[in-house]
Design a protein around this ligand. Sequence first.
Ligand code: C2E
Ligand code: MG
Ligand code: MG
Ligand code: MG
Length: 277
Amino acid sequence: SAKEKGKNTYCFYSLQMDEILQKRFEFEQSLKKAVENEEFVLYYQPIINLNNMKIAGAEALIRWIHPEKGFIPPLEFIPIAEQTGLISQIGKWVVKRALFDLGHFMQTLNGNFYVSVNVSLREFSSASFVESILSSIDNFKVEPSSLGIEITESVAMVDPQNTIDILNSLKKNRIKILLDDFGTGYSSLNYLKQLPIDVVKIDRSFIQNMTDDQKEQKIAKSLIDLSHILELKVVAEGIENEKQAELLKSFMCDFGQGYLFGKPMPKEEFLELAKKF
Ligand code: C2E
Ligand code: MG
Ligand code: MG
Ligand code: MG
């Protein structure tokens, strides 16, 4: 009967739910363990000055090396870390490791070099965020201007006035500020011009289809022009081929990042690549 069928359906979904919840619980437990055992590594991807083709900096990108499952990309665990609160410990680890590595990079690379780290919503809105960054900079004795903080346009928009306050205190301490995934967060021009940022990173989605689409080219160019009007430097993300790089250069884009110049890679490999630029 329909009633029985309904009952079975209910049982079926309920079992499936159990399974999903169980998987989720196990994932959270293993992420907790990962934090305790420091199962993370930072990879570095070069950011290239398109005017002289030299390395200007690097973005630090986290990877989780799970003892059994191997490599887990950030988009699979950062959101869970954010929901469970584990992100605050992970974020602190990222900053410390990046500053530690920066010390090594500085021995080899020129003084203007910087490393930028990604910061998610919960980290950024935590009361101790700025203080914690400043104390790490102090401990590692690096130039504050050689650390960059990347926040996405959508994180910046959650609490606009608070964002301005936090960014101002970072800026006052000479930390570099990059607006990540620019163009995807619907922030108003009025708001953008109030943000004390140094660099905007144009989202990969605007670069991807640029080569054979005039409209896409015009959009990319106007995002670059707009950033320059606001007196900001521009990084184009996700450059994968020469044609994109050439177009972006002709649009006066300042910096580029993408597989064309190098994928995110371990520290030692990054240093080898950086020496060649
Ligand atoms: P994002 O900050 O926008 O980083 C750029 C992403 O684009 C990276 O993915 C990078 O590997 C990828 N990418 C770079 N060049 C190219 C290219 O030419 N083609 C393509 N198809 N992709 C390219 P990844 O490393 O998987 O990171 C994904 C996202 O995870 C990051 O996006 C960032 O939002 C987040 N994330 C990474 N590391 C951290 C971290 O330490 N903390 C936090 N809170 N988030 C992080
Ligand atoms: Mg980023
Ligand atoms: Mg980005
Ligand atoms: Mg992104």
